[in-house]
Write a protein of this length. Structure first.
Lengths: 288, 276
């Protein structure tokens, strides 16, 4: 159908995007790989030669590695559990007939559009501050001792902030999926006397399973690299130093580029493992 | 009777949903309210909700002390510039993939997406180094390019899904009538593609506006956009809640408004067609 002429035109039109992305991927990636096998300290002697896999070994055997893995896992899993569970409930709620549905949707989605530095600082100061924060006032009103959230319950606080940002995303996607559910099936089940919980468990949840998978995969990729939320709240202290933040500190703060690059390679591998699963689902949909 | 049951249920749903919605929206509402308080009222105990002396002084102070307009302008340039540049590069690519698909089209699309999954921190130093060498550190041009590149896969992908919805028969009819490729693009395709392109631009401006890894790490005084400006409030001096709120309100207001128009595109743009 397509002529030879249009084929070559198509290739020509695709070229800029393909070449740019290829360069954007290959150049920095090659450099990171290159640095990761070197002892490279820009402020203390510069390039000190090849060291083989030394950086890779040192990165995982440093005392801050496992705590960073743990912090990353707790934050990612915590946010996933909160956003998916609340997202499913909210999506079901928003799917019900009500007055002012459009306005409620807008209210629920709004946090997604707030830039990360704003939401982190607003939560940190105006809600979680142990003296002037709203939570402190609330705690005092009930006669309890105010908590200094970001140091005493640091991981919980970060999870709360990030979940608030990502709940709209999960809700919106799950809502889209619920709206494609055949309502006759639900009505039939209701007429047959299936109780609410059974209808949820056997009809709604299976229907949502793919949307939930997509939410989990996409959020995992973004959550693995959250940065601003930690940068402006705890700066990685109080056990909130994630892998991303650890690599950032190695590379830019202590300027140990070799070591940080080895960490970067680990992060890239980790993200790719998640990405493979996501790509499969996306690819399958592309055929359909 | 059945009808009153459903009406009751609708009442209950409405109350519950509005309650939850307001709870989720509350931090934004509180920020907006606090921006109109004096610093003393902002930390008043117990907190004041609406019964305070509304003032605009925080907005004036923020602008006066820190030249807010410069950061705003940087945000506009970076978000707008990167999106426009991205669309200019992506439209031809998406067009050819949608209308002249080959065996490799799917692989190319998926590969493009996979570049989006690259963790930024993994390539932080190389980019930093390249920026120093090319004199791009703390420049708007550099940021426009980087933000364009990180969003390019999403732009191509969104445009592709929109273009695919344009019926191919119309193009064939145009070809039959002797339209050249240029005419085909200009008079047939473009008018039908404009809504999709507009949605793509909208969502990507939002994503670029809120990007907070590269903007924090590659800018300092000159090219810093609003994300970096707000971050400077993480180590403040003295009372600053009202000023933080004013600065935050100004930083998020334009995007909140744009965002409310782009709810549908959000699903399409961020799930890459995996949820319909």
């Amino acid at each position: 159908m397509a002529t030879q002429h249009s084929r070559s035109a198509a290739r020509f039109m695709m070229a800029p995007a393909v070449i740019l992305l290829l360069g954007w991927m290959l150049v920095p990636l090659t450099m990171t790989l290159w640095f990761s096998f070197k002892k490279y300290l820009p402020l203390r002697g510069g390039d000190l030669g090849w060291v083989g896999f030394d950086n890779y070994v040192r990165f995982v055997s440093s005392s801050s590695f496992w705590p960073a893995v743990q912090a990353t896992l707790v934050i990612v899993l915590g946010v996933l559990v909160v956003t998916v569970c609340l997202g499913v409930l909210l999506a079901i709620l928003l799917d019900q007939p009500m007055w002012g549905q459009g306005v409620v949707r807008i209210l629920v989605i709004a946090p997604f559009f707030v830039m990360p530095t704003v939401s982190a600082l607003v939560w940190k100061n105006m809600f979680m501050d142990p003296v002037n924060g709203l939570f402190a006032h609330l705690w005092k009103a009930f006669g309890a001792e105010p908590i200094s959230w970001l140091s005493e319950a640091s991981l919980f606080s970060i999870i709360l902030i990030v979940s608030w940002q990502w709940l709209p995303f999960a809700t919106l996607i799950l809502l889209t999926a619920i709206q494609s559910l055949d309502s006759e099936q639900l009505e039939a089940a209701e007429m047959d006397g299936a109780p609410v919980l059974k209808r949820f468990w056997y009809i709604i949840l299976p229907h949502l399973s793919r949307a939930i998978t997509v939410v989990v995969l996409i959020q995992t990729i973004f959550l693995l690299s959250i940065f601003a939320e930690i940068f402006v709240t705890t700066q990685g202290s109080f056990g909130t130093r994630t892998l991303t933040y650890l690599i950032y500190q190695r590379v830019l703060e202590s300027q140990n580029v070799g070591l940080g690059s080895a960490g970067g390679v680990y992060a890239i591998i980790l993200a790719n493992i998640v990405a493979i699963f996501l790509m499969r689902i996306v690819g399958r949909n592309l055929d359909a | 009777m059945a009808r009153s049951v459903t009406t009751n249920r609708k009442h209950a749903n409405t109350v519950l949903a509005w309650g939850v919605g307001l709870l989720i929206f509350f931090p934004i509402l509180w920020t907006i309210l606090t921006s109109f308080k004096t610093e003393a009222q902002a930390i008043a105990s117990p907190p004041v909700f609406l019964n305070f002396d509304w003032t605009l002084e925080n907005y004036a102070i923020v602008q006066e002390r820190s030249d807010y307009m410069r950061f705003l302008w940087n945000s506009v340039i970076i978000a707008g510039g990167s999106t426009l540049l991205g669309v200019i590069i992506a439209v031809p690519a998406a067009w050819s993939m949608a209308f002249v698909p080959s065996k490799r089209t799917k692989d190319i699309l998926l590969w493009m997406l996979s570049t989006k999954m690259l963790p930024a921190v993994g390539v932080l130093y190389p980019i930093y180094l390249i920026f120093i060498r090319l004199g791009l550190l703390d420049s708007r041009v550099g940021l426009v390019i980087v933000i364009m590149l990180i969003n390019l896969p999403i732009i191509v992908w969104m445009l592709y899904t929109y273009f695919r919805e344009i019926p191919g028969e119309i193009l064939e009819a145009a070809r039959m009538d002797g339209a050249t490729l240029r005419e085909e693009i200009l008079y047939v395709l473009t008018p039908m593609a404009i809504p999709g392109i507009a949605s793509t631009i909208l969502l990507n401006i939002i994503l670029a506006w809120n990007e907070a890894f590269w903007t924090l790490n590659l800018t300092a005084a000159r090219a810093a956009p609003l994300t970096a400006f707000i971050a400077s409030y993480s180590s403040p001096e003295g009372l600053f809640y009202a000023k933080l709120s004013a600065a935050s309100t100004m930083a998020i207001a334009p995007i909140l408004i744009l965002g409310w128009f782009s709810q549908k595109q959000l699903v399409r743009g961020l799930t890459f067609g995996a949820v319909k």
